[in-house]
Structure formats: C-alpha cells, structure tokens
Design a protein around this ligand. Structure first.
Ligand SMILES: NC(=O)N[C@@H](CC(=O)O)C(=O)O
Ligand SMILES: [Zn+2]
Ligand SMILES: [Zn+2]
Length: 429
C-alpha cells in the first residue's frame, strides 16, 4: 500500500509505503504495479499516538469502560497504543492479576502495554515474571482504588524495578500536605452543582512537588528510571526535571483550571486536581517549550450516575483518550503549539522513554501506526459523539481536530465512521 501526498509534522509532503504492517519507505515514491493507494490530499499524517496512562477498567469495572470501548475510543482519537493502569479488580499486582488483565486486553483493537502495581500484599516475584510495560502508576497517595503506599514500600518496589530494568511511573502527591479543613463541613450540591473547588483546595498544589522530590530521590538511590505521571503544577514539572526524571501532563491540566469547576462540579473532580489558571498557563508554557516530555490522558472514566453525587462521594477521574490529539491539534491550529511538538509529546517521546523503538515515528522499519488529520476540519467536541462507555467529556464545547482515519500496523482500525476488525497486541511480547 502507498499513502500518497501526506504532509508530515515538519511540513514535508511525502509518500509512505506500507508492507506487512510496517513502513518500508518514506519519500517521493512511484506506485508499483497493483499497489493500493490512499491519497492523503496533503493532509497531516502523524504517527499513531501512544497514551502511556489509561484506566480501561477491565477486569472489575466493566460498567465504566471495557477494553473494547476504551480501545475504540482511543482509535477514534488517533491513539494506537495505550498503557493500562493497575487499579482494576483484581488489581494488577501479581502474576495472576496480570494474566486476568491480559485475557481481557486481548479484545483491544489497538496495541497496548500492561502496568504492574504496588500494594502491601503485592507479589513482586510473579509480577516481574510477566512482560510489564512499567511498574505503576505507583500511588504515593490514595486515589481511585485506594492503592496509596508508604515510603518504605515505594523504595523497595523501585529497587526491584531498577534491577529488572522496568521504568517506574509515579502518582506524586503527598497526603501529609493535604488541607483536610478544606473538605470539612457542608459542601453542598451534587454533580455539576457541587462546589468542586474545595477538592483543589484540599489536595493542595504544594503536595505535588514534595512527592516528586521524594520520588526522584528514590530514583537516585535505587537506580530506577522514574517517570512522573500526570504532573499538574509547574513546581512539580521543575522538580522532576531537576531530579533527572521524565514527566507527563494530562489534557485536563493543560486545557482546564479551577475557573472551570463552577460548571463542571464533580465532573471536574480528579487527582491531582485542577489548578489555578496561572498554573495552567505555566504548564502550557512548559509543554510548548519542551520542558514537559509527554502528554498522556489519565483516561479515568466513571458513569454519570457515579459523578452525580456529592463532592465527597463522587469518584475522581475524567475520560480523555479520544480528545487528547484533537485538542492538541486544535491548539496547534490556533498557533499555540507547533505540529512537531504535538508529534513529539504524543508519539516520539513516549516511544523513546518507554523503549518502543518500533512505535512513534514515520520512518522505514517502524510499525505502520498512522493517523490522518484535516487541519481545516476542526469541530466541536461533544460527549455524544465519543466512544467511551462513560458517555461524557469534560471538554464539551471545546474545538478539536479528529482523525479522518487511524491505522494500526497497516490495518484500518477507524475509517472516520466505523471500526475495522483489528486485533491489538501486547507491545512487550
Ligand atoms: N486520576 C484520577 O482521579 N483517577 C484515576 C486514578 C489516578 O490516576 O489517580 C482513576 O482510576 O479513576
Ligand atoms: Zn494517578
Ligand atoms: Zn491514573
């Protein structure tokens, strides 16, 4: 197959040859006999995005998301590889837990990795016997699933991961620094009417940098490769960089702030929480100038019934896997971000950090994981149009550029209207 006349992120217009699921040539390519051609019409061709932080909820919470719905949502947003987090039921904290997830993940229509998690009763022996994508997210404070662990366990877990050469991804918040008084008394309101700003006041910004410093310190002592998940503050990003760690930011910490909580209510409750508009802008600046390595979604779907509760009863987390690339391309169209930055933070950098040499690039030898975007076809994001089982988005009404089609290893997994019959594989096997 030949994809003709594709504009790549650096502005070149090229042809791309795909054979047996791989890219075999990029450049000015003459068609060969009987070769199928897809005319890209000078639209933007990006490597399939790699979202290194999703919660596809299966096994255990199939009412929120499944591997089928989560992976379809990803594909419809130009994402062709995901890494799934361990706070499922059973938790992915033993070989058995890993196997239970691997069985479900076989239904994914995109490629994937499976992370191992850490709890006091984990079984590192059998867990490290499995092909882990990463150890993590390791919860330094409780979040959905209450998997927060103490400093000693974190250190011994990081040591083990370091020995095994497995990267460690960290949910960095220090619960000792939370302001419990912020969520005491009558908070009033349910769902969108709840005063969710209290959540941001409670899980204070200062709690992030403190935990990041602790995590990078443990990285230095143990030799483990540390990657900070969902950094939400410029202080957290700077502490990660200073300590030699890589870091990711979510779309919600780039595009939403505490100012949006009066509309979102509990639909804007997540960990770490939304920050001030000033901190949001500082995060965007660090994304644009290269200080943030990766955008990953922390796709954490919950049903509207679950969100339509009081601030304290509603679960933390928002969906995002389908809207990540569309939002970033929307920002690129507005001139806030270069297309090369978008490509790097959603594809090339995650591939480099998590050792996926076959992914994240449009060059000969790489997997033909590709998505085509018409930058003139930005449209309004609507929860009703998305494919996650949860049926809502915190980005309702924002503008995004969705893929015309998405290809996994040369097969059309999303043609803009329908999903192909495509089977994903574990990228570590
Ligand atoms: N981010 C969240 O608020 N929630 C995540 C867990 C997590 O990533 O902390 C979830 O699994 O729901
Ligand atoms: Zn987390
Ligand atoms: Zn998470």
């Amino acid at each position: 197959m030949r994809i003709a006349n594709a504009t790549v992120a650096d502005g070149r217009v090229v042809d791309v040859r795909v054979e047996d699921g791989r890219i075999t040539a990029v450049g000015d390519l003459d068609p060969v006999a009987d070769e199928a051609t897809i005319d890209a019409d000078e639209n933007l061709l990006l490597p399939g995005a790699i979202d290194v932080h999703v919660h596809f909820r299966e096994p255990g919470f199939e009412h929120k998301e499944t591997w089928e719905t989560g992976s379809q949502s990803a594909a419809a947003g130009g994402v062709t590889t995901v890494a799934d987090q361990p706070n499922t039921d059973p938790t992915t904290t033993s070989g058995e837990g890993f196997d239970a997830k691997a069985e479900r993940a076989a239904k994914s229509c995109i490629d994937y990795g499976i992370n191992g998690g850490v709890t006091p009763d984990w079984d590192p022996e059998s867990l490290f016997d499995r092909p882990l994508f990463a150890l993590g997210e390791v919860f330094l404070a409780d979040s959905t699933g209450d998997m927060g662990i103490d400093a000693d366990l974190f250190e011994s877990a990081a040591k083990r991961a370091g020995e095994a050469g497995v990267p460690v991804t960290v949910h960095a918040e220090d619960a000792d620094l939370f302001d419990d008084a912020a969520i005491e008394g009558d908070l009033g309101g349910i769902g969108r009417d709840a005063d969710a700003d209290a959540w941001s006041a409670y899980r204070r910004a200062e709690a992030e940098a403190a935990a990041v410093e602790r995590a990078v310190g443990v990285g230095g002592e143990t030799g483990a490769q540390i990657h900070i998940a969902h950094t939400s503050t410029p202080e957290g990003v700077d502490a990660a960089r200073d300590g030699g760690a890589t870091c990711e930011v979510t779309p919600h910490h780039l595009f939403l702030s505490r100012d949006d909580l009066s509309d979102l209510g509990t639909y804007g409750r997540m960990n770490p929480p939304l920050r001030s508009e000033e901190r949001r802008e500082a995060m965007f600046e660090r994304l644009a100038d290269g200080r943030i390595d990766v955008v990953a979604t922390d796709h954490a779907p919950h049903t509207t019934d679950e969100k339509d509760q009081s601030l304290l009863d509603a679960p933390s987390g928002v969906p995002g896997v389908e809207t990540m690339v569309p939002l970033l391309l929307g920002a690129a169209v507005d001139g806030d971000l270069s297309l090369e930055r978008v490509r790097d933070v959603v594809a090339t950098n995650p591939a480099d950090i998590f050792d996926l040499p076959q992914k994240g690039r449009i060059e000969a030898g790489a997997d033909a994981d590709l998505a085509l975007y018409d930058l003139d076809a930005a449209r309004e994001i609507r929860g009703d149009d998305l494919h996650s089982k949860c049926g809502w988005t915190p980005f309702e009404g924002f503008t995004g550029v969705f893929p015309e089609w998405t290809m996994l290893r040369g097969e059309m997994v999303w043609d803009g209207e329908e999903f192909g019959d495509v089977t994903g594989e574990n990228v570590r096997e």
